[in-house]
Design a binder for this molecule. Sequence first.
Ligand SMILES: [Zn+2]
Length: 192
Amino acid sequence: MDAHGRISIRELQSKPVDLKATQKDPWVGELLQRAAPPENVIGVSRAHWVAQSELRTEVRIEKVASDYMVTGSLSGRVLSTCSRCADPFPIVRSTDFRLFLVPKNSGTEEEASDDPDYVFFEGESISLPEILAEQLIVLEGVAECPRRKGDGSCSFCGKNPKFQQAESGQGTKTLAASLTSDQLEKLKALKL
Ligand SMILES: [Zn+2]
Protein backbone atom coordinates (compact mmCIF):
# COMPACT_ATOMS: atom_id res chain seq x y z
CA MET A 1 0.00 0.00 0.00
CA ASP A 2 1.23 3.50 -0.77
CA ALA A 3 1.05 6.54 1.54
CA HIS A 4 -2.30 7.57 0.00
CA GLY A 5 -3.98 4.29 0.93
CA ARG A 6 -3.91 2.85 -2.56
CA ILE A 7 -3.49 -0.91 -2.73
CA SER A 8 -2.34 -2.48 -5.95
CA ILE A 9 -4.54 -5.43 -6.87
CA ARG A 10 -1.34 -7.28 -7.69
CA GLU A 11 -0.56 -7.25 -3.95
CA LEU A 12 -3.80 -9.13 -3.31
CA GLN A 13 -3.35 -12.01 -5.71
CA SER A 14 -1.66 -14.37 -3.29
CA LYS A 15 -2.76 -13.26 0.18
CA PRO A 16 -5.04 -10.78 2.01
CA VAL A 17 -3.76 -7.43 3.25
CA ASP A 18 -4.58 -6.57 6.88
CA LEU A 19 -4.28 -3.01 8.13
CA LYS A 20 -4.73 -1.15 11.38
CA ALA A 21 -4.55 2.62 11.29
CA THR A 22 -5.60 5.80 13.08
CA GLN A 23 -6.10 9.44 12.12
CA LYS A 24 -2.34 9.84 12.57
CA ASP A 25 -1.75 7.77 9.44
CA PRO A 26 -1.75 9.97 6.32
CA TRP A 27 -4.25 7.81 4.44
CA VAL A 28 -6.77 7.97 7.29
CA GLY A 29 -6.25 11.74 7.26
CA GLU A 30 -7.18 11.64 3.58
CA LEU A 31 -10.24 9.55 4.41
CA LEU A 32 -11.34 12.20 6.94
CA GLN A 33 -10.67 14.99 4.44
CA ARG A 34 -13.07 13.28 2.02
CA ALA A 35 -15.70 12.63 4.69
CA ALA A 36 -15.67 16.17 6.13
CA PRO A 37 -19.09 17.84 5.87
CA PRO A 38 -19.22 21.14 3.95
CA GLU A 39 -18.46 24.18 6.09
CA ASN A 40 -21.93 25.69 5.50
CA VAL A 41 -23.52 22.56 6.96
CA ILE A 42 -21.39 22.02 10.07
CA GLY A 43 -20.19 25.56 10.73
CA VAL A 44 -16.49 24.69 10.95
CA SER A 45 -13.87 24.44 8.23
CA ARG A 46 -12.92 21.06 6.77
CA ALA A 47 -9.43 21.45 8.21
CA HIS A 48 -10.84 22.06 11.68
CA TRP A 49 -13.23 19.11 11.35
CA VAL A 50 -10.37 16.82 10.34
CA ALA A 51 -8.14 18.11 13.13
CA GLN A 52 -10.87 17.46 15.70
CA SER A 53 -11.57 13.92 14.49
CA GLU A 54 -10.30 10.70 16.00
CA LEU A 55 -10.65 7.56 13.95
CA ARG A 56 -9.39 4.01 14.23
CA THR A 57 -9.84 1.49 11.49
CA GLU A 58 -9.11 -2.17 10.95
CA VAL A 59 -9.38 -3.39 7.39
CA ARG A 60 -8.85 -6.64 5.53
CA ILE A 61 -8.76 -6.62 1.75
CA GLU A 62 -8.84 -9.94 -0.03
CA LYS A 63 -9.43 -11.40 -3.42
CA VAL A 64 -12.67 -13.40 -3.71
CA ALA A 65 -13.05 -15.09 -7.09
CA SER A 66 -12.72 -12.25 -9.61
CA ASP A 67 -13.74 -9.52 -7.09
CA TYR A 68 -12.19 -8.04 -3.96
CA MET A 69 -13.76 -8.01 -0.51
CA VAL A 70 -13.08 -5.25 2.02
CA THR A 71 -14.17 -6.00 5.58
CA GLY A 72 -13.49 -4.17 8.80
CA SER A 73 -14.55 -1.44 11.15
CA LEU A 74 -14.34 2.29 11.68
CA SER A 75 -14.68 3.81 15.12
CA GLY A 76 -13.91 7.10 16.72
CA ARG A 77 -15.25 10.55 17.36
CA VAL A 78 -16.11 13.29 14.89
CA LEU A 79 -17.83 16.66 15.01
CA SER A 80 -21.51 16.57 14.12
CA THR A 81 -24.27 19.17 14.23
CA CYS A 82 -26.50 18.99 17.27
CA SER A 83 -30.00 18.50 15.87
CA ARG A 84 -31.44 20.46 18.76
CA CYS A 85 -29.06 23.39 19.18
CA ALA A 86 -27.44 23.43 15.70
CA ASP A 87 -23.96 23.65 17.23
CA PRO A 88 -21.07 21.34 16.34
CA PHE A 89 -20.23 18.81 19.04
CA PRO A 90 -18.16 15.61 19.13
CA ILE A 91 -20.13 12.41 18.61
CA VAL A 92 -19.02 8.77 18.75
CA ARG A 93 -19.12 6.98 15.43
CA SER A 94 -18.75 3.26 14.95
CA THR A 95 -19.53 0.98 12.05
CA ASP A 96 -18.63 -2.38 10.59
CA PHE A 97 -18.54 -2.86 6.87
CA ARG A 98 -18.27 -5.54 4.24
CA LEU A 99 -17.90 -4.29 0.70
CA PHE A 100 -17.41 -6.03 -2.60
CA LEU A 101 -15.17 -4.28 -5.05
CA VAL A 102 -15.95 -5.18 -8.57
CA PRO A 103 -13.65 -4.29 -11.45
CA LYS A 104 -15.45 -2.12 -14.00
CA ASN A 105 -16.35 -3.82 -17.26
CA SER A 106 -16.44 -7.20 -15.55
CA GLY A 107 -19.97 -7.82 -16.83
CA THR A 108 -21.58 -7.84 -13.36
CA GLU A 109 -22.47 -4.10 -13.23
CA GLU A 110 -26.09 -4.72 -14.14
CA GLU A 111 -26.96 -7.07 -11.28
CA ALA A 112 -24.86 -5.32 -8.63
CA SER A 113 -25.62 -1.67 -9.41
CA ASP A 114 -28.48 -1.33 -6.88
CA ASP A 115 -26.56 -2.78 -3.97
CA PRO A 116 -24.64 -0.17 -1.93
CA ASP A 117 -22.26 -2.87 -0.73
CA TYR A 118 -20.95 -3.24 -4.27
CA VAL A 119 -18.38 -0.68 -5.29
CA PHE A 120 -16.93 -0.46 -8.78
CA PHE A 121 -13.36 0.42 -9.36
CA GLU A 122 -11.25 1.08 -12.39
CA GLY A 123 -7.59 0.49 -12.95
CA GLU A 124 -5.02 -1.51 -11.07
CA SER A 125 -5.52 -0.26 -7.54
CA ILE A 126 -8.11 0.22 -4.80
CA SER A 127 -8.28 3.55 -2.97
CA LEU A 128 -9.10 2.96 0.69
CA PRO A 129 -9.70 6.64 1.61
CA GLU A 130 -12.23 6.85 -1.20
CA ILE A 131 -14.28 3.78 -0.36
CA LEU A 132 -14.06 4.08 3.45
CA ALA A 133 -14.98 7.79 3.45
CA GLU A 134 -18.35 6.69 2.06
CA GLN A 135 -18.84 4.46 5.11
CA LEU A 136 -18.35 7.46 7.39
CA ILE A 137 -20.46 9.81 5.27
CA VAL A 138 -23.55 7.57 5.38
CA LEU A 139 -23.56 7.92 9.19
CA GLU A 140 -23.77 11.72 8.98
CA GLY A 141 -27.32 11.63 7.73
CA VAL A 142 -28.60 9.83 10.82
CA ALA A 143 -31.17 12.13 12.45
CA GLU A 144 -30.77 12.43 16.17
CA CYS A 145 -32.96 14.13 18.72
CA PRO A 146 -30.97 14.73 21.88
CA ARG A 147 -32.62 14.78 25.30
CA ARG A 148 -32.21 17.47 27.88
CA LYS A 149 -30.49 16.48 31.07
CA GLY A 150 -31.92 17.19 34.51
CA ASP A 151 -30.15 20.54 34.67
CA GLY A 152 -31.73 21.63 31.39
CA SER A 153 -28.60 21.23 29.30
CA CYS A 154 -28.57 19.38 25.99
CA SER A 155 -27.35 15.79 26.39
CA PHE A 156 -25.47 16.08 23.08
CA CYS A 157 -23.65 19.38 23.06
CA GLY A 158 -24.12 20.39 26.70
CA LYS A 159 -25.47 23.84 25.81
CA ASN A 160 -28.50 25.70 27.15
CA PRO A 161 -27.58 27.89 30.09
CA LYS A 162 -30.22 30.46 29.08
CA PHE A 163 -32.99 27.89 29.07
CA GLN A 164 -31.92 26.71 32.46
CA GLN A 165 -32.03 30.25 33.81
CA ALA A 166 -35.55 30.77 32.48
CA GLU A 167 -36.75 27.58 34.11
CA SER A 168 -35.26 28.34 37.50
CA GLY A 169 -37.81 31.07 38.16
CA GLN A 170 -36.17 34.24 36.88
CA GLY A 171 -38.66 36.61 35.27
CA THR A 172 -38.89 35.71 31.60
CA LYS A 173 -39.40 39.36 30.68
CA THR A 174 -36.16 40.51 32.26
CA LEU A 175 -34.34 37.55 30.83
CA ALA A 176 -35.77 38.13 27.36
CA ALA A 177 -34.37 41.66 27.34
CA SER A 178 -30.86 40.34 27.75
CA LEU A 179 -31.14 37.71 24.99
CA THR A 180 -30.21 38.05 21.37
CA SER A 181 -33.03 37.47 18.89
CA ASP A 182 -31.56 34.08 18.04
CA GLN A 183 -31.58 32.98 21.66
CA LEU A 184 -35.10 34.33 22.04
CA GLU A 185 -36.26 32.22 19.11
CA LYS A 186 -34.77 29.14 20.72
CA LEU A 187 -36.43 30.01 24.01
CA LYS A 188 -39.82 30.43 22.34
CA ALA A 189 -39.43 27.12 20.55
CA LEU A 190 -38.68 25.45 23.86
CA LYS A 191 -41.78 26.81 25.56
CA LEU A 192 -44.18 25.44 22.93
ZN1 LIG B 1 -27.43 20.47 21.69
